[in-house]
Structure formats: C-alpha cells, structure tokens
Design a protein around this ligand. Structure first.
Ligand code: NAD
Ligand code: TDX
Length: 354
C-alpha cells in the first residue's frame, strides 16, 4: 500500500531545516496534504519564518512540546496523522556541552513520546511513516581518511550527538520490536537561509558584516561536509516517497572543508557582495580555545540514497554560499529580531489565543 503522506506532523518546523522543509512543501502547488507544525518555540524556533503561510489552509501551527504526550495524542487524533517528520531537537553542540540536560529531555524523551503515540495510533494502519531526522555526528570522528557509511558503528562523542544517537536507537528499536514504520536520515552540516546565527556559517557572515572577530576553534583544521539546506529538503522528500522501512540513509554534500578554509572562502564571498577587501575581512580571523571533545573530521558516503533512490545534490558550494550571504544581507531585520529575542513579541501577538 502506498504511503498516505496526507496529514504530516512536522516537529520543530519553526527551526532552520524544518522551516525550509515546510516552506518548500507548501510552495509546491501540487502539494495537497496538510502540514501540522508542532514546535515548542525555544530560542531556535521562530514562527515568523513561515508567516506568509499563516492563512494557507494546508498549514496549521501548534505551539507545544514533543514531550507533551497528551498534546501529541490530541494532534494524532484531531488531524488523523499518517506521517511524522521529527526535526524537533536541541541542535547546537556548544550548548550541549554547557547544558546537556535539555538535550536528553528533548532529543531522547521527546522522540520516545512521539514514537509511543505513533505506535498507539498506527497499530491498524499500513500507510504510515515515521521519518526521524538525524545527523552524521552519531558516527563519531574520522581521521584524515575514510567515510561514514550507513554501516559505520555509532560512536557519539558530544552530549548532543549522544542524545541524537540514543533517539536513533530508540526509533530503530520501535521498528524491530513493534514493526512501527520507521526510516532515518543522517545528514551532514547544513547551511542556508533561516539558520540561527550561533552556527558557524551565519555567525561568521554576521560577524564579518559587523567587523567583529571571527572565532576559529583550535587550529581551524577540523573538517565538516557541507550541504545546502534545500538539497537536504529534497533528500527528505525523496526518502518520504521511496525510502525503505527500517533503513537509514546518509545525506551529504560530497563537499569537505576545513573550518579555516570555509571561513576564508566566506570572506571572499562577503567581500564581493559588500564591495570590501577580502584581506581586511580575513584580518578578523581569531584563533580561540578549542571546543572540548571537538570531533576532527566528518565525511559522509551518501551513495546509498543516490543509487537506491536517485537523489543528488543540486546546489554547488559556490552558489549555495552566495545565496546564503545574499539572504542574510537582505534579511537583517530577521537577524536583529532573532538575536534580540524581539520576535517573542510577535509570537505573543499572533499566538496568545491559540
Ligand atoms: P534548529 O535548532 O534550528 O531547530 C530546532 C527546532 O526544534 C526549533 O524550532 C525549536 O523550537 C524546536 N524544538 C526544540 N525543542 C522542542 C520540543 N521539545 N518540542 C517541539 N519543538 C522543539 O535545528 P535544525 O538545525 O533545524 O535541525 C533540525 C534537525 O535536523 C535536528 O534534529 C538536528 O539534529 C538535525 N540535523 C541538523 C543539521 C544541521 O546542520 N543543522 C544536520 C543534520 C541533522
Ligand atoms: O564560532 C565557531 N567557531 C568554530 O570554529 C563555531 C560556532 C563553530 N566552529 C567550528 C566547530 C565545528 O568544527 O565550526 C564547525 C561547525 O560548527 P557548528 O556550526 O557548531 O556545527 P557542528 O558542531 O559541526 O554541528 C552541526 O552539524 C551537524 C549542527 O549544529 C548539528 O545540529 C548537526 O547535527
């Protein structure tokens, strides 16, 4: 039986990747399903990201936590949920080092709550899917060679990645034990519009615009694989439509950069876009104390989703960085509101009675 993909519960849809996913889905005129966005609106969630879809009959926003079993039950019941895409998470490694507890609550217990509800409501159905969004960080850290494949043993090393790894294990356990229709994706570092400016790419862009130091952890030689967020969204749709149950799919950019290499490239892009000298921006680079337990290198082998499901990256790094810099330059009001917490007033005004 084909998947329904009709009433989709998207969790964490006001965050970076979730809002890009919802925006992309609703933008498609041929998307006739309904998206119910459950988001707790932590510091990282901003419903303003989807303001222009507020009155779209295909979209419902609900403020609340994935840990709230009663609320999740009510949503499954009210909207006859047939698909879950679980983006909701605490997502920043540095924050997980300073305060791991919330990561365990949201990422582990929140995912568990969603799985339990899906198990209860979907016992008699065979057209449902629970897509759990995960990260390459669960695989640990690589040396200068090799790649993470779907068969690589989990070896998480930060509280963030340990909490994501735990939730992946629980999701898999629900597939094997209860036959819950689960699929997982493990993606590399995303960049693009609407990313909260605590993450490397937007933080660096904004610091360059304000002529602030560009803090590089350690020697700057740690390597990440970068993927434009729109390509992650396309991968998620590919897996929703064709992913095999019980399987996980690595998603990546085939695009490895040392942090220092990426920052210098960003200096060139920002300089070009703002008519400045790149060398002056590079002078802002400042090596600072390393992140504790800093994973050396992530590199994803994403042949499985390419070969089995036909997904591929569509946005080059040059194009993606340019689009991203362009977006931040033209959305400084968004940045200001997000950085100051001012958007909380907007939430009060728009959602106080819901
Ligand atoms: P984000 O921090 O931008 O957004 C997270 C969203 O989840 C926010 O809107 C927040 O309000 C919401 N949220 C937090 N706790 C919640 C709760 N208890 N109930 C409901 N909503 C809650 O994160 P992101 O970068 O968009 O990441 C989304 C998902 O993708 C995460 O699961 C993350 O682990 C995964 N991922 C991210 C990347 C990346 O590079 N950003 C890469 C691979 C995987
Ligand atoms: O100021 C900085 N200076 C710096 O050198 C920051 C914020 C980061 N870094 C380094 C640390 C990492 O090696 O840049 C690299 C990228 O850092 P982050 O943007 O914090 O991302 P990372 O820790 O790699 O994790 C991200 O990718 C995988 C997301 O935050 C996770 O949610 C995702 O799972």
């Amino acid at each position: 039986m084909p998947r329904a993909l009709r009433n989709i519960l998207v969790t964490g849809g006001c965050g970076f990747i979730g809002s890009n996913f919802i925006r992309h889905s609703l933008f498609q005129d041929n998307f006739s399903g309904k998206i119910i966005n459950l988001d707790a609106l932590t510091y990282a969630g901003n419903p303003e990201n989807l303001e222009d879809y507020q009155n779209d009959p295909r979209y419902v926003f609900v403020q609340g936590s994935i840990e709230n079993a009663q609320l999740v039950d009510r949503l499954f019941d009210t909207y006859d949920i047939d698909t879950v895409i679980n983006f909701a998470a605490e997502s920043h490694v540095d924050r997980s080092i300073h305060g791991p507890a919330q990561f365990m609550q949201t990422n582990v217990m929140g995912t568990f709550t969603l799985l339990e509800t899906a198990r209860k409501f979907w016992a008699e159905r065979n057209d449902t899917l629970f897509l759990h969004i995960s990260t390459d960080e669960v695989y640990g850290s690589l040396g200068s060679s090799g790649y993470f494949t779907e068969a690589t043993a989990y070896d998480p090393r930060s509280p963030y990645s340990a909490s994501k790894a735990s939730s992946d294990h629980v999701a898999r356990a629900y597939y094997h034990t209860y036959g819950l229709p689960i699929t997982l994706t493990n993606c590399s570092n995303n960049y693009g519009p609407y990313q909260f400016p605590e993450k490397l790419v937007p933080l660096m862009i904004l610091n360059m615009l304000e002529k602030k130091y560009l803090p590089v952890y350690g020697d700057g030689k740690n390597v990440r694989d970068w993927l434009y967020v729109q390509d992650h969204v396309l991968a998620i749709w590919t897996v929703l439509e064709q992913g095999a149950l019980g399987e996980c799919y690595n998603v990546g950019g085939d695009n490895e950069w040392s942090n220092i290499g990426l920052i210098e490239t960003l200096c060139d892009v920002v300089a070009r876009e703002t008519d400045q000298k790149s060398s002056e921006l590079k002078n802002l680079i400042h090596f600072v104390k390393d992140r504790p337990g800093h994973d050396q290198r992530y590199a994803i082998d994403c042949q499985k989703i390419k070969h089995n499901l036909g997904w591929k990256q569509t946005v080059s790094f040059t194009e993606g960085l340019q689009k991203t810099v362009h977006w931040y330059l033209h959305n400084m009001d968004w940045v200001k509101r997000v950085q100051s917490g001012e958007y909380q007033n907007w939430i009060q005004l728009n959602y106080q009675n819901r």
